[in-house]
Design a protein. Structure first.
Length: 328
């Protein structure tokens, strides 16, 4: 299932009959978008995550030093019983910068470790508004530097670390790639940016049009950015590129990327624009728009959802230079 954290309590029912995929349409018409006016309540919805299949995977939590005296960062490390290569994935959960947890991304992280045979590290970054930018990005950078510094103990090649994120997690990954490049930090082999949040200006056609779409819409995005950046900051000249990567004017030298976007998602056009900007900067990019979908729709069993899930695994396999499964 797509690694997107539960997005909160329904604010309204979706009334506009967009051309959803036939398998998704019955569910889409019953869903609303999150009510982020009460973030603590949104964080409690919809309750505990389901049980996770940990077959073939050993899981441990570790605490690593935060950046510049910040609190320690909790990481969850997934070690497959059978390693296929000394490679690793740093995965960053979604949730609009204000929600989400390690528990919510357990299933996807364990599946990556088991199916790809590589180490997976999930980062429990600090959430806004209690800890606004740059707290979450600093925690992700602390996780990346810890992985590289402890490569021998972790049994990995520090040149074979991919980053993976969905929604706000993908936005953090895009910012992390920029930050690591500009600081001369650890190498990143590949960046997987699923339905990425990249642009605080909120002026794209999809962001303007989709005010009533399931799981995420323009009003939710506005609250999310205000929580992350601080009230009155979004859309101004004071927003750094590491917070909103769409603002970056130099994308050269970034790692190869995969970008996915969903059809009826306010984030669609900023994801497409970021992929095209990477391409224009000479960065190898794969871009995939999944038709008839909406934000987080990959949590709903449907053929298009299975395609996205399977593709994510294969994209990361290729990005890390892993061999195909033995059965192929």
């Amino acid at each position: 299932m797509q690694d997107v954290a539960p997005l909160g309590l329904p604010r309204h029912s979706v009334l506009v009959p967009y051309a959803y995929d036939p398998e998704l349409a019955p569910v889409a018409l019953q869903l609303g978008s999150p009510d982020l006016s009460d973030i603590p309540a949104a964080r409690r919805y919809p309750g505990p995550p389901p049980a996770v299949d940990l077959t073939g995977v050993t899981v441990d939590d570790v605490h690593v030093p935060g950046a510049d005296g910040a609190p320690d960062v909790r990481l969850r490390v997934y070690r497959p019983d059978t390693r296929s290569a000394p490679a690793a994935i740093l995965t960053v959960h979604g949730g609009g910068f204000v929600m989400g947890s390690l528990d919510g991304s357990d299933a996807r992280s364990a599946a990556f470790a088991r199916d790809l045979g590589v180490l997976v590290v999930s980062v429990d970054y600090r959430l806004a508004p209690e800890d606004p930018y740059p707290a979450a990005l600093d925690d992700c950078y602390a996780a990346l530097t810890w992985m590289a510094a402890h490569a021998d103990a972790l049994g990995l090649d520090p040149a074979r670390i991919a980053i993976h994120g969905a929604s706000a997690g993908a936005g953090l990954c895009a910012g992390l790639a920029l930050l690591a490049r500009d600081r001369g930090g650890p190498a990143i082999a590949f960046q997987y940016l699923g339905i990425p949040v990249t642009d605080d200006r909120m002026t794209t056609p999809s962001m303007t049009a989709y005010t009533d779409t399931p799981n995420w819409d323009r009003p939710s995005a506005a609250i999310s950015w205000d929580a992350y950046l601080g009230a009155g900051v979004r859309g101004t000249a004071d927003v750094p590129v590491y917070a909103a990567p769409a603002r970056a004017t130099d994308l050269t030298g970034l790692p190869p990327a995969y970008v996915s976007v969903m059809h009826f998602d306010p984030l669609r056009d900023e994801g497409i624009a970021y992929a095209l900007a990477l391409l224009a900067a000479g960065v190898p990019v794969e871009l995939h728009l999944f038709p008839g979908t909406f934000h987080g729709s990959t949590r709903i069993p449907a053929a298009v959802s299975r395609r996205e899930t399977d593709e994510a695994t294969e994209v990361l396999r290729a990005g890390l230079g892993l061999n195909p499964p033995a059965s192929r």
